[in-house]
Design a protein around this ligand. Structure first.
Ligand code: ISE
Length: 334
């Protein structure tokens, strides 16, 4: 069966999802691209062969010729559009975060429960990245013994010219690390402390966070959205018998001008291209079978990372170690 997809948002991520579905995966059709800037959506549709272009996201989701929805619009629109898709009975791959606000995540979980079916997959694509998969496997197969610590670096070249507020270093960037650390360690966080090191005037500054898990492991996260030199994500999981370090896929090594070096990508699309492809393939399988895979992030995972992010924003403002308090996990997600 060919799955007809609506992509909401034709910005950097909407365009990348559209490209992946149109050029890398079988039995899927770009049915409609939706963006407030219809000329941007039209240019993408012409390039990738999408059937139609519209500007109203709700109308796009509700169309009879749409089977499944990808939401890649601005963060604050994610939850409401996800609810529209759930209420229409359409599976949805929603970019992270599910919402910058915990209460909205709870509403999404309630809507799924009321329907009696999971409809939401969250775009925490790092769960599908082969290097994080190795890390998780080294824990689950016993190679590393007990997990003790996890170190994480998350560096972007710069922030988009508009729309990226300081808190988004935590809610929109660090949320990847919150989720992937929960996934790799198989645990939840109990506290977060956040520091703002010296930054450059007029730019979103770096944030350094220290988190404790309920199993007493320590996770630290550096986010620097204005690192300038390249997109650079690093991680190391330390266990009682050794450690696993993420290896960034590198295709070439340069020998030039008395130096040997590798280059960095400008953003996350190249670094995580295989993760995105595997994630979107997994989503199509979810649409076909109605069953979530073990790797995929669901609405509960979206809620948890937003709960950690909310505590992180509060911790940064207060300078205090802040508790992460989660609601009890609904039986529906167990
Ligand atoms: C962006 O939205 C992403 O999803 C990237 O993976 C992340 O590295 C970046 O910091 C976010 O702003």
């Amino acid at each position: 069966m060919t799955i007809r997809i609506a992509i909401i948002g034709a910005g950097i991520m909407g365009a990348d999802h559209a490209r992946i579905f149109a050029t890398e995966l079988p039995s899927v059709r770009l049915q409609v691209l939706c963006d407030a800037a219809t000329d941007r959506a039209k240019a993408l549709a012409d390039q990738l062969g999408a059937q139609d272009v519209v500007s109203n996201p709700e109308a796009a989701i509700l169309r009879d010729d749409v089977d499944a929805v990808v939401i890649a619009s601005p963060d604050h629109t994610h939850a409401a559009l996800t609810l529209t898709a759930i209420n229409a009975g359409k599976p949805v791959l929603c970019e992270k975060p599910l919402s910058p606000n915990m209460d909205e995540c709870i509403q999404v979980m309630k809507a799924e429960e009321a329907l009696g079916r999971q409809m939401v997959q969250l775009g925490f694509m790092r769960r599908f990245d082969p290097s994080y998969s190795d890390m998780k496997l080294a824990l689950t197969d016993g190679t590393l013994g007990q997990a003790l610590m996890m170190h994480n670096f998350h560096r972007n070249v710069d922030t988009p010219p508009t729309g990226f507020e300081a808190s988004m270093a935590i809610t929109s960037s660090a949320c990847h690390e919150f989720d992937v650390a929960r996934f790799v360690l198989g645990t939840e966080f109990k506290s977060i402390t956040a520091f703002a090191p010296a930054g450059v005037a007029g730019k979103v500054g770096p944030v350094f966070m220290v988190l404790e898990t309920v199993d007493d492991q320590i996770v630290n996260i550096e986010v620097n959205n204005n690192a300038t030199y390249g997109y650079d994500v690093r991680g190391e999981l330390v266990g009682e018998k050794g450690s696993v370090f993420l290896n960034t896929p590198v295709t070439s090594k340069y020998n030039l001008g008395f130096k040997g070096y590798e280059s960095y990508p400008a953003d996350w699309r190249k670094r995580f291209s295989e993760a995105y492809r595997l994630q979107n393939k997994d989503f199509l399988q979810f649409v076909r079978s109605g069953k979530t895979s073990a790797a995929a992030a669901d609405a509960w995972d979206g809620y948890c990372s937003t709960a950690v992010a909310e505590a992180g924003v509060a911790a940064l403002a207060s300078g205090q170690k802040t508790a992460v308090s989660l609601i009890e996990k609904p039986a529906f997600y167990k």
